[in-house]
Every structure is written in C-alpha cells, then in structure tokens.
Design a protein around this ligand. Structure first.
Ligand SMILES: Cc1cc2nc3c(=O)[nH]c(=O)nc-3n(C[C@H](O)[C@H](O)[C@H](O)COP(=O)(O)OP(=O)(O)OC[C@H]3O[C@@H](n4cnc5c(N)ncnc54)[C@H](O)[C@@H]3O)c2cc1C
Length: 361
C-alpha cells in the first residue's frame, strides 16, 4: 500500500515506522525543517521537541482517562522494539519515578495513592518513608520524609528519538519531505504548495496543525525550563505534588534537567511568563537547594493537542485516518496509538479493547 502521512511529530514518525514494517510505501510531509533550530531564543517547532519524554502512566493518572493509562502501559514493550531498531543509541531509562510532597501538601499525595490503588492491585507503587526514600534519591530536601515510588516508569530523550526515527525512516525507504506544509489533507490526497499527491490511504498526524479539519481540537499551553546543575544528581524523574503548581524534574546525562510544566487552557504560544518561570523554579529550589547555582539553558513553550476528555482519537473515513489528541501523553502513549493507526489503515477495523477511541467521520 502507498501511504501519505501529513505531520512528522512523534506520532507521524511512529506511524510511518509501523507501516514500513508492514511493507507499505511511505511519503511523509512536515511543514518544519528536518533539523529544526533548537536555540533558547527560537520558538520550538512542535511539542514533540519540547516534551520532557516522561513515560509515567501511573503518575499521570489524575490527568488521564483509563484508556490513556492502558495505551501507555502497552507502549513500554513497543518502545523496546523501536529503540532496538534505531541505529543511533537514544537515551532511555526505566529506573522508576518518585513522587513527593511537602508536609502541608500531603492531601495531593494521598489522592494519587488512592487513585492508583483503585486502578490496580498489582505492586506498581511503593509508599516509601525516611531511609527508604533516601535510598532511592539521597539528595532530596531532608524535610521531605515520604514518597511514592513507581518502579516501572521511565523516560526517553524526545529530541534524540525524533532524530533517530528520521534517520531510520529515510534509511528504510520512506520519502520524507520537510519544509512541506500540507495545505489540504483529504481522502487519498495531500496537497502542498508544489502540487497534489494521491495515495491508497492518508494518515493525518499534524497535531494542532489539523485544527482546520478537527475544529474540536484545543491547544493546552505548557511551559518548560531546562537547566544545568552540576551540584545536583538525581537518578530518575521526581515529581512534586502541589495544589497550585505540580512540578516534575527530569534528569538527563551531564547534570541537565528538564523542569515542567505549566498547564494553561490557552493557545498563546509566546515565551514563558514570569509567573510560569517563578512557579517552576521556586518549587524546584524547594526540592533541592543545589539548584540555586544551576544555569538556565533554555525556556520553551508549546501547545499540547487535546480532544474531548483529553484522550486521543482515531477518526476514520474512506482512505483517510486522522490520529490526534495526545495531549500531555505523546511519548507515553504514541507507540501504541501509532501501532493502532497503522493497524487500522491495513485492516480497516478497530482493535478490540480500544473501541472507544475510534470515531467514523
Ligand atoms: C511542555 C510540554 C511537556 C510535555 N511533556 C511530555 C512528557 O513528559 N511525556 C509525554 O508523553 N508527553 C509530553 N508532552 C506531550 C507531547 O509533546 C505531545 O503529546 C506530542 O508531541 C504530540 O505529538 P503529535 O505527533 O501528535 O503532534 P506534534 O508534536 O504537534 O507533531 C505534529 C507535526 O505536524 C507538523 N505539521 C503541523 N501542521 C502541518 C501541516 N499543515 N503540514 C505538514 N506538517 C504539519 C508539525 O510540524 C509537527 O512536526 C509534553 C508537551 C508539552 C507542550
């Protein structure tokens, strides 16, 4: 089958990956450059480059429908095979994640604990106190005495996997067209400024770029700060529960850290606000005083593409599938969603257990 894909974010690239594996010919169009400029003073081209890359189905439970948690859990094994297929090594970690709260915010912490206990009786979470907590993360503020540890969670380097996937797709025969905005995406056809191409089927993975065809899409603004902090070592993502500004810190090699993220119902794509920066950075400092000497290396803002209930959907009609709505879970759940999208294109039927995410258009 000859498939056209509009949008080369994480979902478009992974959909191309699974379709190539099924023997399809792939032509992918993205409006941005192949190697977008990633500089602090430049706006980032898509949330796929801004995401912290956390793979945290349980920690995200309060923001996610059960179907998202299921997509995320099933994506772990797909991540293993995706990373194995890449020629370049991509930073991937599965050392768990830790959730903590200051004493006065313990209610937040209890709420998450109850939610996870209700979802599963499996040992996916450990309530750790005092020394047990220090064994996991020795450097955290000594006033923090309790935490929830989720040993199965992890993270992936979002920019690293975007680059590796691009190289993989090209090497395996996909035709990738960058700086090629799709001006119309319809059944069996993608139009760009330079002409129209026809396909057996089209996959629309344009994220917020699909809004003209999916008016129900909304963008949820997220702000992120990246710092380098030589005085801080953390072994895994740490979340601080807070009633006003929940925060996560994602450690990367060489003492780089991603701190995120605000969540604002707005499609304003301008730079980080003073309030956003203050909330993220003061909460960060309360977790580890070593961050006081950190250097801010980047601030970035992007929109999470969201649909009803903040759950993703696969909209389908003859020779056209639009997959979208990954919201704050693009890296967590895109592998399985891309797999389901590829499967739908090939088989024209919903996968059992996932009926709720398909919608005829
Ligand atoms: C601050 C922040 C932090 C996040 N952190 C995490 C996290 O830790 N873990 C996690 O799982 N998720 C996270 N996310 C969510 C994740 O980034 C998104 O869910 C994901 O990027 C959505 O992927 P996508 O491929 O559907 O859309 P996008 O990433 O938006 O990709 C769409 C692509 O389509 C292209 N495009 C758009 N219009 C056109 C057009 N007309 N023609 C051609 N190409 C077009 C764009 O250039 C882009 O490359 C975060 C998001 C934000 C904003």
């Amino acid at each position: 089958m000859n498939i056209g894909i509009a949008g080369g974010g994480i979902l478009g690239r992974l959909t191309a990956f699974f379709l190539l594996q099924r023997g399809c010919d792939i032509t992918l169009f993205d409006e941005n450059a192949e190697f977008p400029v990633l500089r602090p003073d430049v706006q980032y081209p898509s949330p796929s480059y801004v995401a912290a890359g956390m793979l945290a189905p349980y920690c995200e439970m309060e923001y996610a429908e059960p179907v998202v948690v299921k997509l995320g859990l099933e994506s772990f094994s797909l991540w293993s095979s995706i990373l194995e297929a890449m020629e370049e090594r991509v930073f991937f970690q599965r050392e768990g994640s830790l959730v903590v709260a200051h004493q006065q915010d313990k209610n937040e912490f209890q709420r998450l604990k109850q939610m996870v206990e209700k979802f599963t009786a499996e040992p996916v979470m450990r309530h750790v106190k005092g020394e047990q907590l220090r064994e996991i993360e020795p450097e955290i503020n000594p006033n923090i005495q309790e935490g929830l540890f989720f040993p199965l969670e992890g993270q992936v380097d979002s920019r690293g996997i975007m680059a590796a996937m691009g190289a993989y797709l090209k090497k395996n025969g996909a035709q990738l067209h960058f700086n090629a905005k799709a001006v119309a995406v319809s059944a069996g056809s993608i139009k760009t400024k330079t002409g129209e191409q026809t396909f057996d089927c089209v996959a629309d993975c344009r994220g917020m770029g699909a809004k003209p065809d999916l008016p129900q899409l909304r963008g949820v603004r997220g702000e992120v700060v990246r710092v380098n902090a030589p005085d801080v070592t953390l072994g895994r993502p740490v979340r601080l529960m807070h009633p006003r500004y929940p925060l996560y810190i994602v450690p990367r090699p060489n003492h780089d850290f991603i701190i995120g993220a605000t969540s604002i119902e707005s499609e304003d794509l301008s730079g980080i606000s003073l309030r956003g920066a203050l909330e993220l950075l003061s909460a960060l400092y309360s977790l580890h005083s070593g961050f006081s000497e950190a250097r801010i290396t980047e601030t970035c803002t992007q929109l999470r593409p969201a649909l009803k209930n903040n759950a993703p959907r696969i909209f389908h009609s003859q020779r056209l599938v639009r997959a979208n709505g990954l919201y704050r879970h693009g890296y967590l759940s895109a592998p399985r969603l891309a797999w389901l999208t590829a499967e739908f294109i090939m088989e024209q039927k919903a996968a059992s257990g996932y009926e709720e995410i398909y919608e005829a258009q």
